[in-house]
Structures are given as structure tokens and as C-alpha cells.
Design a protein around this ligand. Structure first.
Ligand code: NAD
Ligand code: LMR
Length: 324
């Protein structure tokens, strides 16, 4: 299921999912325009069958029935001058509503949250699922793949590596500004970044979203690169679910619920954090503690990330505990 399927991310993401041989059936849900997007994609001669729903006549319930995986890019995007946190007011309620419906109709589904601010919408989702008695932390993911994709791309512009995605760069923390921490010292294979370029490279990964918001000049934020990143992460979750082994990708998860997470919670003081996750049939099988190997430069960045994340996470938890 794609929830928010008619939007800037939703449409290209749905296109990639419709074309993927790993997808058997695709259900599109949005509050507007799903019939058109569904009709359009239905002409593609791929494996996946497709249907689409609007809210009328129990459309959300119909879309979610039998779902194995729900990807959520529903919600408003930034305009120049806005932070991701400025989206909280509207997107918190959208995510809450969708998660309540998932808890009721598709409690076993993997849930991939793209809607910003991810640092708060994932805690909101966790709290809603906990309240409903349906929380499986191994199946709830905040999608931070775009930060990884950006790190791969921007570093390759310095190193000259042609196939950028072949360098694995752990990007950890959260998904906004200084909460995003690329760990270039742990790149595999290792990369050599001139000292005078490291600050700018790090800042570019942390604030890559702003670059797109500014260039789009009021017409939204990253949609196409996000669709690529969201598809890459969804495909990995599906592949691992279908039995592929050795699948690892960073994601923002609830640490106490994932093996290896307690150690990272102890180091960060946080319940939610993005680290490389070993994916398996059940979802997040293991959180890999890469932060212990960060160098001194990166450890300073990490401290700032912890501070920023703390408030973002609390805000999400509070939203469910004491609804406004
Ligand atoms: P958009 O406005 O183009 O599309 C959002 C879609 O959500 C619209 O079609 C809208 O009708 C739909 N929608 C609104 N309320 C809904 C509801 N209750 N149920 C279902 N659908 C609903 O926005 P976009 O550019 O696609 O961005 C979507 C979200 O993704 C934003 O919050 C944006 O900040 C976020 N985003 C996250 C990342 C990331 O890395 N995680 C990257 C880019 C964008
Ligand atoms: C991004 O990183 O591109 C997204 O989170 C969208 C944004 O608001 O920058």
C-alpha cells in the first residue's frame, strides 16, 4: 500500500513499485486523485496488480486489507523558510490517523514512514500502535534512505567513484539538519576526503533537503530522489521478507525493540535512532552499533544530533499521550 499515493513522492514511488517484480499487488490510497493515478499505472504490463481508493466508502480500510507493507508519504511538504518541524502541526494528525487504521486493519504489516518530520512521526506511530496493543518494533521504520543516497552521491563527486551506490556509507541519527550524521570514516570501501572538504560535505548531506526546497522555490521538496530512496528501502524490506539474506540499510527505529538496540539506546540516551539495520523475514532483525566506531570529528556531530533528536522524539510521544 502507498498512503499518499497521488502526491509528489507518491506517484513516482507507486510507479517504481508497480514496475518491481517483487510486488504482487499494489493498493493506492490518497484523499484525492487516486482513481487517475491507479488507471494510469494499471496499463503497465508488470507483475503487480493494482487498485486505488479514496476515503469514501471505507476506502482506507479496503486499501489496507491484506497488506504486507504500507509506505506512507502522506502529508504536506516544506516551502522555503520552513523547517521540517513546521510540518508537525498538520502531518502529525495525518500520520496518527493512518496508523490507527493500520493498527485496526493491517496490524501485521511493515510500516515505512516517509512523512516529515520523521524524527517525530515515527514516535507518533509507535505510540499509536502501543496504545492499540499492536506495536511490533521490528516492523516500524522511519525512512532515512535519502540521506544515505545523498551521502553516496555527494562523496562520489569528490572521489570520482563512478558507481556512487557501490560505496556503503552509514548515515545515522535522525532525518533533519544536524540530527543527520554521515559517518564517512566508516565508508566501505574506505574513502579519502580532503580535510578542507569534510565540513562542506557533511553540511551538504545534513541540509541536502534545503537545497531541493530552495531550487523548487515554493513548489515543494524532494519528490523524485525520495521516490527512488523510498523504493530502494521498500524493495530491501520486501526482499528480506521474501528470504534474501545479508540485507542491511539504515533506518530510524525504536531501539529497545530491536536486537542490539539497547546498547545504542545506552550510548545515545534515545529510544529512536537511525543506524544500519539487518533486515530479515521478521523485519528489523538487528541494529548495528556503528556509532561506537565513529571518529572524534563524528562523535562531536553525534552529540549535537542526540540533543536535537531528544526534543523531536518527546514532541511525537507527547502528541499521542496528550492530544492537542
Ligand atoms: P505532496 O503534497 O506532493 O503529496 C502528499 C500527498 O499526501 C497528497 O497527494 C495529499 O493528498 C496526500 N494526503 C494528505 N493527507 C492524507 C491522508 N490523510 N491520507 C492519505 N493521503 C493524504 O507532498 P510530497 O512532496 O509527496 O511529500 C510528502 C511528505 O514526505 C512530506 O511530509 C515531506 O516533507 C516528506 N518527505 C520526506 C522525505 C524523507 O526523506 N523521509 C523526503 C522528502 C519528503
Ligand atoms: C528531504 O530531506 O529532502 C526531505 O526531508 C524533504 C525536506 O523537507 O527537505
Amino acid at each position: 500500500v502507498v498512503a499518499g499515493a497521488a502526491g509528489g513522492i507518491g506517484q513516482p514511488l507507486s510507479l517504481l513499485l508497480k514496475a518491481s517484480p517483487l510486488v504482487d499487488h499494489l493498493s493506492l490510497y490518497d484523499v484525492v486523485n487516486t482513481p487517475g493515478v491507479t488507471a494510469d499505472l494499471s496499463h503497465i504490463s508488470s507483475v503487480a496488480t493494482i487498485d486505488g481508493f479514496l476515503p469514501a466508502d471505507g476506502g482506507l480500510k479496503k486499501a489496507l486489507t491484506g497488506a504486507d507493507i504500507v509506505v506512507i508519504p502522506a502529508g504536506i511538504p516544506r516551502k522555503p523558510g520552513m523547517t521540517r518541524d513546521d510540518l508537525f502541526k498538520i502531518n502529525a494528525g495525518i500520520v496518527k490517523g493512518l496508523i490507527e487504521a493500520i493498527a485496526e486493519t493491517a496490524p501485521e504489516a511493515f510500516i515505512l514512514i516517509i512523512s516529515n518530520p520523521v524524527n517525530s512521526t515515527v514516535p507518533i506511530a509507535a505510540e499509536v500502535l502501543k496504545k492499540a496493543g499492536k506495536f511490533n518494533p521490528k516492523k516500524l521504520f522511519g525512512v532515512t534512505t535519502l540521506d544515505v543516497v545523498r551521502a553516496e552521491t555527494f562523496v562520489s563527486e569528490i572521489t570520482g567513484q563512478k558507481d556512487a551506490a557501490k560505496t556503503i556509507i552509514p548515515v545515522v541519527g535522525g532525518h533533519s539538519g544536524e540530527t543527520i550524521v554521515p559517518l564517512f570514516s566508516l565508508a566501505k570501501p574506505s574513502v579519502s576526503i580532503p580535510a578542507d572538504k569534510l565540513d562542506a560535505l557533511t553540511t551538504r548531506v545534513q541540509f541536502g533537503g534545503d537545497e531541493v526546497v530552495k531550487a523548487k522555490d515554493g513548489a515543494g521538496s524532494a519528490t523524485l530522489s525520495m521516490a527512488y530512496a523510498g523504493f530502494r528501502f521498500a524493495e530491501k524490506v520486501i526482499a528480506a521478507f521474501k528470504g534474501e539474506t545479508g540485507v542491511v540499510e539504515p533506518s530510524f527505529v525504536y531501539l529497545p525493540g530491536v536486537e542490539g538496540g539497547d546498547e545504542i539506546k545506552k550510548a545515545t540516551g534515545l529510544d529512536f535512532f537511525s543506524v544500519p539495520i539487518e533486515l530479515g523475514k521478521g523485519g528489523a532483525e538487528k541494529a548495528v552499533n556503528v556509532i561506537k566506531d565513529a571518529n572524534d570529528y563524528e562523535k562531536k556531530l553525534l552529540q549535537k544530533a542526540y540533543e536535537g533528536l531528544k526534543g523531536n522524539i518527546e514532541k511525537g510521544v507527547e502528541f499521542v499521550a496528550n492530544p492537542p
